[in-house]
Design a protein around this ligand. Structure first.
Ligand code: F0G
Length: 429
């Protein structure tokens, strides 16, 4: 049993190591020699209390990283995230039913942990002493935590002043060396790739093919939770396009291994101001044009996504759709997800906003079975959330605002406020 790196352009194979691009410039992906697997194998591990199989990523070890020794695995553990629905949400998107798979329930509050556990375990296998990434926030939070667990030095490159406070707080607290780059994410990404090569840092962005392997487990776990019955659509926010790529690879491999009967359609959502992949697919071209990104959803504020070629394959193989949504649509959808008691960060809500848009346009039928991936926790970006409810997000009208009510420190003020609340409740019935 072996796993190799293989070029997505020319097929040339490499031993898995520290290089993530082929001599021809193409991205590399992992190619496994899969052992015998079955749904029953994975179902038998459900509810396991012991590592590594209690992790929702390592439960699928044979599909993710079959060869790594268990002793090398660094796991928190991750995954085992829940599916949610709510009447208010169904009404908002215009579907009879919809589920949200909440990847914000991972150990550091985003889906990145699923890829990071595999990436850091591979760093461990290679004996890496220093790990690095560029990030719009979540990758750096995740890497910082896993590097601390693995006891390796961590360097994260973040765009100065552009990442949400929850994420910055995590990276600082977990002990990463935080380099604030005077530029945007795309500058930080270019810099970390150059620095990794020059200084021998092990790079843990999703250009590292092991990250993609771990993120495939979102799809495996989602299907397992549904008794292996595929939905019609899976909607996912798209920034650097690691997740879109991982979802396509997961679905392709499941079909090849007889684990899936029908392939769901992928729906990748970009913010209007950070939409190079949407433009590429809409324009029918074959080369992505980088742009200068701008959106309130800082996690997906990316103008030059690394994995666009892998993602393009994922969209074409799944008869997928790429759509764009405005900051207004993202923040309103977020307010609805939050109001359901579920909550997510702004970028995550692009999935819900996109589904609403496509239901409206008649691309998604009101009876379709749809799963949206919520990629990060509500607590990641308190600035955007409080900003929305207090009317302080530039260019966004808070249609579902729930601002705090300032009162005098006496009972009469409380009584007066209660009367207003009771009136509002009656009016809304
Ligand atoms: N949602 C959230 C919350 C994210 O943090 C990201 C990416 C995405 C969606 C987009 O996923 O890049 O796989 O298309 N965050 C990266 C980071 C870029 O640095 O944390 P993608």
């Amino acid at each position: 049993m072996v796993s190799k790196f293989s070029c997505i352009e020319c097929g040339r194979e490499y031993q898995p190591g520290v290089r993530f691009r082929c001599d021809c410039g193409g991205l590399l992906e992992v190619k496994h020699e899969f052992p015998e697997v079955s749904r029953a194998l994975f179902d038998g591990r459900m509810g396991s209390l012991d590592g590594p199989y209690c992790s929702g990523a390592w439960r699928f070890k044979e599909l993710v990283d079959p060869c790594i020794e268990e002793a090398l695995i660094v796991s928190r553990p991750e995954g085992n995230t829940n599916l949610y629905s709510h009447r208010i949400l169904c009404e908002y998107v215009g579907l009879n039913d919809i589920s949200l798979k909440h990847e914000g329930e991972n150990p550091t509050g985003s889906f990145k942990d699923r890829g990071m556990t595999v990436g850091i375990s591979e760093a461990n296998r290679l004996g890496a002493k220093m790990v690095a990434c560029a990030s719009t926030g979540n990758t750096s939070a995740s890497l910082a935590a896993y590097a601390a667990q693995a006891d390796v030095t961590c360097v994260v490159f973040i765009p100065e002043g552009e990442i949400a406070f929850g994420k910055l707080a995590q990276a600082l607290s977990y002990g990463a060396n935080v380099l604030q780059v005077k530029g945007n994410f795309d500058d930080a990404m270019r810099l970390v790739q150059e620095a990794s090569e020059r200084l021998g840092l092990y790079l843990l962005n999703s250009v590292n093919p092991w990250r993609i392997e771990g993120q495939k487990s979102i799809i495996f776990e989602l299907l397992q939770q549904r008794g292996w019955a595929p939905p019609d659509w899976i909607a996912v926010p798209a920034g650097n396009l690691g997740n879109t790529s991982a979802f396509g690879k997961a679905l392709r491999e499941m079909v090849d291994l007889d684990l899936l009967d029908e392939t769901p359609r992928l729906l990748a959502l970009q913010a209007e101001g950070a939409n190079p992949f949407y433009r590429l697919v809409e324009g029918g071209g074959n080369s992505l044009e980088p742009l200068k990104p701008s959106t309130v959803a800082s996690a997906i504020k990316i103008g030059n996504p690394v994995s666009w070629k892998k993602a393009l394959k994922a969209i074409s193989e799944t008869d997928g759709v790429v759509e764009q949504v405005s900051d207004q649509e993202i923040m309103d959808a977020k307010a609805i997800v939050d109001r359901c008691g579920v909550g997510c960060e702004p970028a995550s809500a692009a999935s819900v906003a996109g589904v609403r848009k496509l239901v409206d346009e008649g691309v998604i039928d009101s009876g379709d079975d749809v799963v949206c991936i919520l990629t990060g926790s509500l607590l990641k970006d308190p600035g955007a959330t409080v900003g929305y409810h207090t009317g302080n997000v530039e260019g966004v009208t808070p249609r579902y605002a729930n601002p705090p009510i300032l009162i005098e420190a006496d009972l009469a003020s409380v009584e007066e406020t209660f009367a207003q609340i009771a009136l509002a409740v009656r009016e809304n019935r």
